[in-house]
Write a protein of this length. Structure first.
Length: 884
């Protein structure tokens, strides 16, 4: 290796050659000449290589080098470099022996010359082509080489324009190191000549690191008359196909559109003429469907084959299936090979049809059992019940040697000998060919499980699968697997699951019963608290009003806690029902805003309400649940914002991907939420301790309920918060717009009766065992001019109604849980009385049980409606108006 500094100075870094050299070379070119390292005629090339290296940074060349007795081939590589100490530019020149490879190449070149084949060398690294023989493209070479060959050949219009992509694609294969690449293209030997067909064959050589360095290229002019005749005869002989499974073969002249030769092993008949269509008609008598015939006609015709050939494609392959008259199925492979008869300049096609049924069906079966272990493999044609068995562990099941067996007979032998007696009838039913056909009409597979026995005590579990991977195919793959171990594991697992389910069910039942009891026990005193407070509020005594307002607030708070717990329980049990209705949003939002503004004013919090985007006054929405969500979020904002704070509620109607949505954003400057707690904020019973949490109270259920309801409404809820700075909660819900006309029509049908209506003279029987609750109800009714009769249990209620005059009572208010006879049974007995008014008198349940199933149960026992305790006066008056 030499470090070349300039024309007069170089350093010999290493020397593996016998001709030696000094450590420092004062005159590099003189040294090369004196030591006869290279022939004198190559000095100009060396100088040029050095100049090129200076210019390009790297240069490579191959030259013969003189030694004592002979010459060797050496490869010179020059690389521009900078010396680290002196900072001088230098060229590192490496000289590598490639003598062995070069000798092989020379022998190869000489052999090719003797065959009258043109030869190129393609230097892959420098993208140069060197011409070493009389070439069909000699006109285009300058100094026996073409630089930047991959682009120059195209720029000089050497390649016929329709074949440029073929040339580029195959040259890329050479550059990537593919060992042998051969292809046909049309070229122009001279600038004004017509094109000729040549076959370019590249043989690639690589360095010690398996990197492609150069390739030898042979150019066979296949326009030559003798060569073309010989070439085409060779190709013709190749296509006398003797491969097994050949059904039919044809040789076609595509240019002149006629059949040269045709043979058909399946149908022995002479063609009435030599047209391609007649040949195809003859072959397809074996059973092609209409669609498959059309596909073959569209493929094998003059226009299509000429178009395919001109695009450079030489082989066409397709697969079809045929159904014989006996309903046997064969899979057919069709291969078309295209050639140019260079003697006549005509396009020739060789057409083959092969029977590939065995390989196709085997592939179908193997695809079906991929990654599975089966003890039995077979397939059946459901059209004719022919069956073929590929593998079985039960050797004596199949005793026939013919290819096709009878499906029914095979199963009968198997069932009678191996299937457990208790399962035989079931297996016969499952494998019945009519059942199989029916099952496969609607699905790709089905399976069944049964027991087999060895005749003694040994019983194993088997599962048989019937699989149809191709809906159009009549072949069904039958697979059988031993699932004894699987069944044992499954039974154990099911026992564990059953035990867990039993425990979970018992726990859920206990929880539900506890909540029901707790609801009743809490609601009963709550009913008294709230009822008395509402009565006291109407008193003229101002002190009483204040006391009762505080009692009422406490009662309402307890009621809110109870409702949250019950709502969460309903959500967990999946019992929340959604009921959308037509809503005037101005009224809807006004109710919410009135409540929130009142709460905000108590803490001197500035509350803002903003509307953005297009406004839709009339909407169809789940009024109750949306109101519950918004009030909960807004209540939290007020609750966790200190006095003199700021809360902003913004509504924005938007369009996303053609769908309308309403975005509710509640922003406050309150205590905020920590990053650690935000990820748990929607979990039930979770609360974060902060400066206001201890004084404000709560169950930790509000946001959990909101998140669940938003999800059921197909919406989204997100929370962003910074501790001690504030929180932003965003709720996005689908928006359904309606019209004023639809709203008014709905309102007309559902218009509430004026609650101020007087009920003077109406008589109501009240059955209530709790004295305080009874006093509240009686007071409410009496204050509205209603005559009342009070009884303490269900038995007295039935007796009182029985001895009353016909239609004396306009309504019965019936508590559910009472001594002697509960309200449900009392209502049922009244309905069963033999009197006219017993069937139609309105019976309204009064119950501390607030679950949906409680209301349903009341209706089942003949009641008309169900009011939950504590009784709210507006709802009671509305119910009276509905039924009186």
């Amino acid at each position: 290796m030499y470090f070349y500094l300039d024309d007069n100075s170089a350093v010999l870094a290493s020397n593996n050659f016998s001709f030696g050299g000094e450590t420092k070379i004062d005159n590099f070119l003189s040294y090369l000449r004196t030591n006869k390292i290279i022939p004198i005629e190559y000095f100009g090339i060396v100088q040029k290589a050095i100049d090129k290296t200076k210019e390009e940074g790297f240069h490579s060349m191959v030259v013969p080098v003189n030694k004592k007795d002979n010459s060797v081939w050496m490869k010179f590589n020059g690389t521009l470099d900078v010396e680290s100490i002196t900072n001088r530019e230098r060229i590192i020149v490496s000289i590598t022996s490639i003598n062995d490879r070069k000798l092989i190449e020379l022998k190869f070149k000489n052999a090719l010359r003797q065959c009258s084949i043109s030869i190129w060398e393609y230097d892959i690294l420098s993208d140069k082509i060197f011409n070493y023989s009389d070439s069909v493209l000699e006109y285009y070479f300058y100094g026996k080489q073409i630089e930047n060959a991959s682009q120059t050949i195209i720029d000089r219009n050497i390649i016929y324009f329709k074949d440029i992509s073929v040339f580029q694609d195959n040259l890329d294969k050479v550059k990537k190191g593919e060992n042998n690449v051969s292809f046909d293209v049309r070229i122009f030997p001279t600038r004004n000549s017509s094109y000729s067909w040549v076959r370019l064959s590249f043989t690639c050589f690589k360095d010690n690191q398996e990197r492609p360095t150069n390739a030898w290229v042979t150019i066979d002019n296949i326009d030559d008359a003798k060569a073309s005749e010989k070439w085409f005869e060779i190709e013709r002989n190749k296509n006398i196909d003797t491969r097994s499974g050949l059904l039919a073969m044809a040789e076609l002249n595509i240019s002149r559109n006629f059949v040269i030769n045709y043979s058909n092993k399946y149908i022995d008949e002479e063609l009435k003429d030599n047209s391609i269509k007649t040949m195809l008609d003859s072959f397809m008598k074996i059973g092609f469907s209409i669609d498959e015939k059309e596909s073959i006609y569209n493929t094998i015709n003059q226009d299509n084959l000429l178009e395919v050939y001109n695009k450079g494609q030489r082989i066409i392959e397709n697969q079809f299936k045929i159904i014989t008259g006996s309903n046997d199925i064969f899979y057919i492979s069709n291969v078309v090979k295209l050639y140019l008869d260079l003697k006549t300049k005509e396009i020739i096609a060789f057409v083959f049809f092969y029977d590939i049924t065995d390989s196709a069906v085997t592939k179908l079966a193997m695809d079906s059992i991929l990654n599975s272990k089966f003890v039995y493999l077979a397939y059946v044609n459901i059209l004719n019940s022919h069956m073929s068995i590929s593998r079985t562990q039960l050797i004596d099941v199949t005793n026939a040697s013919n290819v096709f067996r009878i499906y029914k007979d095979e199963w009968e032998v198997f069932i009678e000998k191996y299937v457990h007696p208790d399962d035989k009838e079931y297996v016969y039913k499952c494998v019945d060919i009519e059942n199989v056909r029916e099952q496969m009409k609607y699905k790709k597979s089905f399976n069944f499980t049964y027991r087999i026995t060895d005749g003694g005590n040994m019983i194993t579990m088997r599962r048989t699968h019937f699989v149809r991977s191709d809906k159009k195919s009549p072949y069904i793959v039958i697979l059988e697997e031993n699932i004894s171990n699987e069944m044992i594991s499954r039974i154990k697992h099911e026992l564990v699951l059953k035990d867990a389910l039993k425990q979970a069910t018992q726990a859920a039942k206990a929880k539900s019963e506890f909540l029901s009891r707790m609801s009743h026990e809490i609601r009963t005193p709550l009913s008294a608290i709230i009822g008395l407070s509402e009565l006291g509020v109407s008193s003229d005594n101002s002190n009483y009003k204040d006391y009762f307002n505080k009692i009422n607030d406490s009662g309402q708070y307890l009621l809110g806690l109870m409702n949250d717990i019950l709502d969460m329980n309903k959500i967990e049990l999946g019992q929340v029902t959604l009921n959308s209705e037509f809503v005037d949003t101005e009224e809807f939002y006004e109710v919410i805003l009135t409540i929130i503004r009142n709460q905000a004013s108590k803490k001197n919090i500035k509350f803002e309400f903003i509307k953005n985007g297009p406004q839709y006054r009339y909407q169809y929405l789940e009024k109750l649940r949306v109101q519950q969500i918004l009030l909960n979020v807004l209540n939290n904002a007020i609750k966790y914002t200190p006095k003199n704070g700021h809360v902003v509620y913004t509504i924005t109607n938007v369009n996303k991907n053609g769908e309308k949505y309403v975005v509710h954003e509640v922003k406050d400057n309150g205590v905020g939420i920590s990053k650690d707690f935000i990820k748990n904020i929607f979990n039930p019973f979770t609360r974060e301790r902060n400066s206001l949490s201890d004084t404000e109270g709560g169950t930790g259920l509000g946001l959990a309920i909101c998140a669940s309801l938003v999800k059921q409404l197909n919406g989204e809820i997100t929370v962003e918060s910074t501790l001690n700075e504030g929180t932003v909660i965003t709720i996005t819900l689908p928006l359904t717009v309606t019209t004023k006309e639809k709203y008014l029509q709905h309102y007309k049908h559902n218009k509430k009766v004026d609650n101020s209506k007087m009920f003077n003279g109406k008589k109501i029987l009240v059955a209530e065992d709790h004295q305080v609750n009874a006093m509240i109800i009686l007071t409410i009714l009496n204050n509205r001019g209603i005559i009342t009769e009070h009884v303490l249990n269900g038995e007295d209620a039935v007796d009182e109604f029985s001895k009353s005059q016909n239609n004396e009572y306009d309504m019965i208010l019936m508590d559910i849980m009472m001594p002697k006879l509960n309200g449900l049974d009392a209502a049922k007995r009244i309905r069963e009385l033999d009197r006219e008014d017993a069937k139609k008198v309105p019976i309204i349940a009064l119950s501390a049980n607030a679950f949906e199933e409680d209301k349903k149960r009341s209706l089942e026992f003949g009641m008309n409606d169900h009011l939950k305790k504590p009784i709210e006066i507006p709802i009671l008056i509305q119910t009276l108006s509905k039924y009186l």
